[in-house]
Design a protein around this ligand. Structure first.
Ligand SMILES: [Zn+2]
Ligand SMILES: [Zn+2]
Length: 146
């Protein structure tokens, strides 16, 4: 899907859920869809503050909350560090650089089976799972070699 298609889908979703579209919301959504960097609220604020001088980090955060409530974005939490936000176009997994914190998407099918097994073994009604792969990204690995 192209960026403009994704943006149109997102705008349609907001319309059906009755969320009012503002220029700031539009810009935040567009940034989330185009950046692919899993930004923090602060990253988004820094990227857009030139365009919206009156916008605060709190505004960005509140808008992200709204998007999260209607299912447009996922909030990724990692211990004590700031939440990162991911435009959830489709289910995917993350590989995370332990050095610089970069998060890269990848797709892998088949973990539904693990959910079924866990559900069966433990007698849980499974809602979701979380899997992350860790390592050094190519940039960081290149910096190590001198
Ligand atoms: Zn890295
Ligand atoms: Zn992602």
């Amino acid at each position: 899907m192209t960026v403009s298609h994704q943006l149109k889908d997102a705008l349609d979703t907001l319309k059906t859920t009755g969320v009012r579209m503002t220029p700031q919301r539009h810009a935040i959504l567009e940034y989330l869809i185009t950046s692919h960097t899993h930004p923090t609220a602060d990253d988004i604020y820094k990227a857009l503050e030139g365009k919206f001088p009156n916008m605060s980090v709190a505004t960005v955060y509140n808008n992200l909350r709204v998007f999260k409530e209607v299912g447009l974005v996922k909030e990724l939490t990692y211990g004590d560090s700031s939440s990162r936000f991911d435009y959830s176009s489709s289910d995917h997994y993350h590989i995370i650089c332990e050095k610089c914190g970069k998060i890269v998407d990848f797709h892998y099918p088949g973990l539904d089976e693990v959910e079924h097994l866990a559900s069966h073994v433990a007698g849980f009604k499974v809602t979701h799972h979380r899997m992350e792969i860790y390592g050094d990204c190519a940039d960081c690995a290149a910096k190590e070699v001198h």
